[in-house]
Design a protein around this ligand. Sequence first.
Ligand SMILES: Nc1ncnc2c1ncn2[C@@H]1O[C@H](COP(=O)(O)OP(=O)(O)OP(=O)(O)O)[C@@H](O)[C@H]1O
Ligand SMILES: [Mg+2]
Length: 213
Amino acid sequence: MITVIANLKGGSGKSTVTFNLGLWLQMKGQPVVAYDLDPQQTLSDVAEVRREEGYTPPLQVNQPRDSLIDDMLYHPQQTQVLVDVGASNMDAMKQALSIASRIIIPVPPSQPDVWATQRFLNIVSELDETNKPEMRVFVNRADTHRAIKESDETEEVLEQLPGVTLIPQRLYQRTVYRRSLSEGMSIFEISKRSKAVDEFNRLAGILYPDLEN
Ligand SMILES: Nc1ncnc2c1ncn2[C@@H]1O[C@H](COP(=O)(O)OP(=O)(O)OP(=O)(O)O)[C@@H](O)[C@H]1O
Ligand SMILES: [Mg+2]
C-alpha cells in the first residue's frame, strides 16, 4: 500500500508523521519502505541519525530516481510504502500522488494552512482521473490550551472540504516531536507513556485499524 503524507505548506508535520508512522508500523511487524521526495531531505537525515546512533530497527529511506513510479510500485502489496513529499519538488510529488492508495494530510490550525490545503486538494483533483486515492486530513500541532479555538475552527472547515475525510484525532503541539526528529527516535521510544504517545497511537490505529493492539 502506497501512502503519501502531503500538504503544500512547510512545517505541517509531514516528515515528523512519516518518520513516526514508519517506526510505528515496524513495531507492529509491518515491512516498511519510505521515500523522501523533498529536496530538504529531512526524513533521510533523521533516518541517518537513527542509523548512526544504532537504534533498531532502522528506517529504510529511498531517494527519488528517474524511474520513481516503477520504483515505488515495485514493492510487494504487503509492504507499507510511505512517501514524504515537499512542494519544492512538485514533479516528484505529483508522480507519488498519481499512484497513491491513500493521501494523509496533516494541517496545522491556521488560516494559511487551510488555504494551502485547499490548493493542495485542487492539485490532486487535476491529476490522473483513473487513480482516486483515499484522502484523510487531521489537525497537527493543535494548541493544548482549551480556550484557543483554532483547532475546532480548522476541523469545521476541513470537514466541509470535498473528497476528504477528517480523522477525528488531533496531534497536539508536544515538544517530544522535536526531540524525535533531532534524536532519530520515535516518540514511543523516547517515552513509553505520554499524552503525545496516546494521541499518536490513536491516530495510527484509525489509519491502520487491522494493526491496532
Ligand atoms: N505535533 C507537533 N508538536 C510539536 N512539534 C511538531 C509537531 N509536529 C511537527 N512538529 C515540529 O515542527 C517542525 C516541522 O515539522 P516537519 O519537519 O515534520 O514538517 P514538514 O511538513 O515535513 O515541513 P517541510 O515542508 O519543511 O518538510 C519540526 O521541528 C517538528 O519536530
Ligand atoms: Mg518535511
